[in-house]
Design a binder for this molecule. Structure first.
Ligand SMILES: [Zn+2]
Length: 466
């Protein structure tokens, strides 16, 4: 089975893969609760003849499916978690299917299904005897909270991989050359002393501690490097104002271009929490790391190979109906919004009014994507990534417009393009040992002075903040 036949196999199965992506889109489930998608992926892969493992340590919705024998062992990384509050019908006006419900505003219904489609196509090529090696699909839960792959890495599930490939829905078509932001996600729990509000002088309010911590953090901002970002959300304690709350939690996420800078800033944030506890006579009961992601160490040799395959398979094939739908979406944006959306994904400005990006435009060397991913494994093994256009130029991830597109042919056409890119790249790695060698050599050089430290303790268990 030649590479051309791999591409044809994916195109010929458009209906099957689109139906899977749509079914997952219709059943959006939050991090660690993705039972529908993980079952569907496991069944599809079992029927396709893979050796399937369902559920990995602490992650019941993870899937691992393997075919082939020997080296190279190439991982294809899928995801399928949804986002809160982004429920949306597949139309170009704001119309939640479930008010306040979850939706696929990051396109992970496409991400997982595209990676799975690539794995199935690669299996066909291995079966035909054209290439040899092991292809392994990973259904990785809870990416949105930077949980899944960080825990899977800690527990050794990627240890024997020679390389891993990843793609993400986007408005551009670009192999990864630069990096993304390191991120840490942590919940601070304060413990105080409860009291009836008229006797509040006897109590110590954990809510006060959280408020003072947030004020402190906002003053801290000015004295952190400008590249450090900080976001927080107070978790509901549902206590009426007539009781002094003895427990309150605040969830922080911090980002920075480099892990070391992030760790230094996070250490200062912990000091702010300690200060808030002293001021309010409470204590910081715990600082729990929920999830974490390092800045990505993108392998350029893999990026180049993915870029070459993007060219070979000819870009996403958007139809006239796709354009009609896309134009309705882009009509929602002002010129400024379009420019910002294009810049965020390094879409060349001359394409601003093209509705879709159909050409391949590699991200400039060193380009920092304004997001974080749980690809810490890029410091342990070579990881290649690419963005593929699944929605119009101007649309950001984590928006209702993204949900609207990922449940339509616009999203499916981008997904098929991604599947071909991934499958073609695995084909090259298995077909040509020189390509694999280039990738490995670049990786060895890139991590020379970088020792990866897993931010999770061995005992910590994956769980969602609710
Ligand atoms: Zn995502």
């Amino acid at each position: 089975m030649s590479k051309k036949q791999i591409f044809e196999f994916i195109d010929n199965n458009e209906e099957m893969f689109s139906k899977i992506a749509r079914a997952i889109w219709e059943h959006p489930q939050m991090a660690l609760e993705e039972t529908f998608a993980s079952d569907l992926h496991a069944i599809t892969l079992e029927e396709a003849g893979f050796r399937v493992t369902k559920g990995l340590r602490g992650l019941p919705t993870a899937v691992m499916a393997e075919y082939g024998e020997g080296r190279p062992v190439i991982g294809l990384l899928g995801e399928y978690d949804a986002l809160d509050g982004l429920s949306q019908d597949s139309c170009a006006v704001r119309k939640p299917l479930v008010e306040g419900g979850p939706g696929h505003g990051c396109g992970h219904n496409l991400l997982g299904t595209g990676a799975m489609a690539a794995a199935i196509a690669v299996k066909k090529a291995i079966e035909s005897g054209e290439i040899s090696g092991t292809v392994r699909y990973y259904g990785c839960p809870a990416e949105e909270e930077l949980i899944g792959k960080t825990f899977m890495l800690r527990d050794g599930y990627f240890d024997d991989l020679d390389a891993a490939l990843y793609w993400h829905p986007s408005s551009n078509n670009a192999p990864w050359k630069g990096s993304s932001l390191a991120c840490i996600s942590a919940v601070f729990t304060f413990r105080g002393l409860t009291a009836h509000a008229p006797q509040a002088h006897l109590g110590r309010s954990a809510l006060d501690a959280v408020e003072i911590m947030d004020i402190g953090a906002n003053y801290l901002r000015e004295h952190l490097p400008r590249t450090v970002l900080m976001h927080y959300s107070i978790l509901g304690n549902h206590i009426a104002p007539n009781t002094v709350p003895d427990r309150c939690q605040v969830w922080y996420m911090m980002r920075a271009p480099k892990r070391a800078e992030l760790d230094a800033a996070f250490a200062r944030l912990k000091e702010v929490a300690r200060g808030a506890a002293i001021i309010t006579g409470t204590e910081v009961q715990s600082v729990e790391i929920i999830g974490s992601g390092n800045d990505v160490n993108a392998n350029s040799a893999l990026g180049d190979l993915m870029g070459k395959n993007m060219q070979e398979c000819g870009g996403p094939r958007f139809t006239e109906e796709d354009y009609e739908y896309g134009r309705k979406i882009t009509a929602l944006f002002t010129e400024d919004q379009l420019v910002n959306g294009a810049r965020a994904f390094s879409v060349p400005m001359e394409h601003l009014h093209d509705v879709f990006e159909i050409g391949v435009n590699p991200m400039p060397e060193g380009f920092m994507q304004p997001m974080s991913v749980d690809l810490d494994m890029s410091w342990i093994l070579p990881v290649g990534g690419a963005n593929c256009a699944t929605w119009p130029i101007g649309v950001f991830t984590h928006t209702w417009q993204a949900t609207a597109c990922t449940g339509t042919a616009v999203g499916y056409h981008g997904m098929l393009f991604a599947a071909k890119t991934l499958a073609g790249t695995v084909y090259d790695l298995m077909h040509d040992s020189e390509e694999m060698k280039k990738v490995t050599e670049e990786f060895e050089a890139s991590k020379a002075d970088h020792e990866y430290v897993c931010p999770l303790s061995h005992e910590s268990v994956p769980h969602r903040v609710k």
